[in-house]
Design a protein around this ligand. Structure first.
Ligand code: NAD
Length: 498
């Protein structure tokens, strides 16, 4: 059985870990590896190595840091296929989707390659007679990233290229369900010339996370995962005086107005709901059918959902793979049971799907539930599976009100031919990321990614300008170089300008 180790001080290591967790192949349902689970003493070792590395990395010139980033960019690009196959084997998503994930991560690396420009400071000449003021930003120290299973390459890349470019050292605690990609990423950083200890990977569970949250030498924590854990991370790390950004779960609504192109909207709705088996924080899980065209929309969506080709992620013919674990499959089918029990209509039922040759794989077929109401569990909870719930609204204002009553506020989309309705929607919804005829509006790397309400705890979104601000702190210098022949008298009142 292959054992997935940590990456500490520039090399793979078991450190003092003895506990392990299974890593499954979701397409076959077989265990394919075991991953070590770090103890607090391993976290201490990792953070110490990162703190030591910070002493020199934070002093490394922007020119040298940028060279490492460009080299890393080339290596990730060259290994994109290998990374995508590792993702497909452990997460289950199809390789073409995993390649898209790697590409979106790579775009953050490309953003971080512009670090000399991004860290340019401000300078004000002669703010007072003979006095200049200038400001610049410095790195924080050792920063930690705790990441979910659903994007094992992209979500960590929202964090580490930016943190490292800013001069920090980074300790990643990836999901224990698909940890292998992070080992390859660590070796690519090393090959790019990143000094030992600047990028660290510790595998583990709650024990490792808690040790990071409590460690006095961890300055900041970036978290992406489910809402209850995001809330917990935010509270515990904040109580320990750390800077925290904690992105949580989602329930993303896509509103379809009667003037939308039905074929376009239904194609995109199905892809956004079923792509990656619905295991995306930006997946559409609720469709809001507005007005009289609802029945026709459901009929079209159901036909397209039933036609999605489900199979192993490595099979190029597959459009949708299995879900990550048997427990995830059982949770999802439990929600479909509940939806049926609570009065929703099953337009497409994905329970009991069997993929020939992969009978033990963790498959759930695309599912569409119609006549869903806001009290039902399928509407209230994040299912994180290939399940689309259709709710109905009379007009766009009712759709906006529905979205705003929901505790989550990650992403949302509207399908319409009306600029007026789209503008009313974009201004009215309490949601961080909005798509207009774009169902999964993930911002480009040079904008910041993040939700509102229960989808984010803390102030900062990730990457883009907010990522740079999160991983640095400001210094402002007020400087005077008096002429020896013009002495300036000291005064006892609070300094004012002259
Ligand atoms: P999760 O919350 O179970 O796990 C996330 C991380 O937290 C993992 O590294 C895990 O080891 C750790 N963790 C789990 N339980 C913990 C505990 N009790 N104490 C301390 N640490 C713990 O999430 P997941 O199932 O891996 O990922 C899916 C979730 O992530 C979904 O809710 C999804 O919406 C969310 N997500 C959100 C975004 C976003 O940008 N808002 C992006 C991707 C995923």
């Amino acid at each position: 059985m292959r054992t997935i180790e940590h990456w500490i001080g520039g090399a793979a290591t078991r450190a003092g870990s003895t506990r392990t967790a299974p890593v499954w192949n979701p397409a076959t349902g077989q265990q394919q590896a075991e991953v070590l689970l770090a103890e607090p003493s391993d976290i201490d070792l990792a953070v110490s190595a990162a703190a030591k590395a910070f002493e020199s990395w934070s002093q490394t010139s922007l020119t040298k840091r940028t060279k490492v980033l460009f080299a890393f960019r080339e290596l990730v690009s060259r290994h994109a296929r290998q990374l995508a196959e590792i993702i497909a084997d452990e997460h289950g998503k199809v390789v073409s989707d995993a390649l898209g994930e790697v590409q979106r991560g790579l775009e953050v690396v490309e953003f971080a390659c512009g670090i000399p420009h991004l860290l340019k400071g401000d300078f004000s000449d002669q703010v007072s007679t003979g006095v200049d003021v200038y400001g610049f930003r410095e790195p924080l120290g050792v920063v930690a990233g705790i990441t979910p299973f659903n994007f094992p390459v992209m979500v960590p890349m929202w964090m580490h290229p930016v943190a490292i470019a800013c001069g920090n050292t980074f300790v990643l605690k990836p999901s224990e369900r698909d940890p292998s990609a992070s080992q390859l990423v660590a070796s690519l950083w090393a090959e790019a010339g990143l000094p030992d200890g600047v990028f660290t990977v510790v595998n583990g569970d709650k024990a490792a996370v808690d040790a990071l949250l409590d460690h006095p030498d961890v300055a900041a924590v970036s978290f992406v995962g489910s809402t209850p854990i995001a809330k917990y991370i935010h509270q515990r790390a904040s109580a320990n005086g750390k800077r925290v950004q904690a992105l949580g779960g989602a329930k993303n609504h896509a509103v379809v107005l009667p003037d939308a192109d039905l074929d376009f909207a239904s194609d995109h709705l199905v892809a956004a709901a079923m792509g990656s088996a619905g295991e995306r924080c930006m997946a559409v899980s609720a469709a809001v059918a507005v007005g009289t065209g609802a029945d026709q929309l459901v009929e079209t969506v159901a036909a397209k959902a039933a036609a999605v080709r489900v199979g192993p992620g490595r099979d190029e013919a597959s459009e949708m793979g299995p879900v990550v674990t048997a427990a995830a499959r059982d949770r999802i089918t439990g929600y479909i049971d509940a939806g049926e029990r609570q009065g929703a209509t099953l337009a497409v039922d994905g329970r009991g799907l069997v993929v020939p040759g992969h009978e033990d794989g963790f498959f759930v077929g695309p599912t569409v539930l119609d006549h869903v109401t806001t009290e039902m569990d399928v509407y209230r909870d994040e299912i994180f599976g290939p399940v689309l719930s259709v709710v109905r609204a009379d007009d766009v204002d009712q759709a906006i009100a529905l979205i705003n009553q929901n505790p989550y506020g990650n992403g949302t989309a509207i399908f319409t031919g009306s600029g007026e309705a789209a503008r009313r929607f974009q201004r009215g919804v309490h949601v961080g990321m909005i798509g207009i005829n774009v169902p999964i509006p993930v911002p480009m790397a040079y904008y910041s990614f993040g939700g509102w309400k229960d989808s984010l705890f803390g102030q900062s979104h990730v990457h883009g300008p907010e990522g740079i601000a999160f991983y640095t702190r400001a210094k402002v210098v007020t400087a005077r170089w008096p002429r020896v022949d013009h002495p300036i008298a000291a005064s006892y009142h609070f300094p004012t300008t002259t």
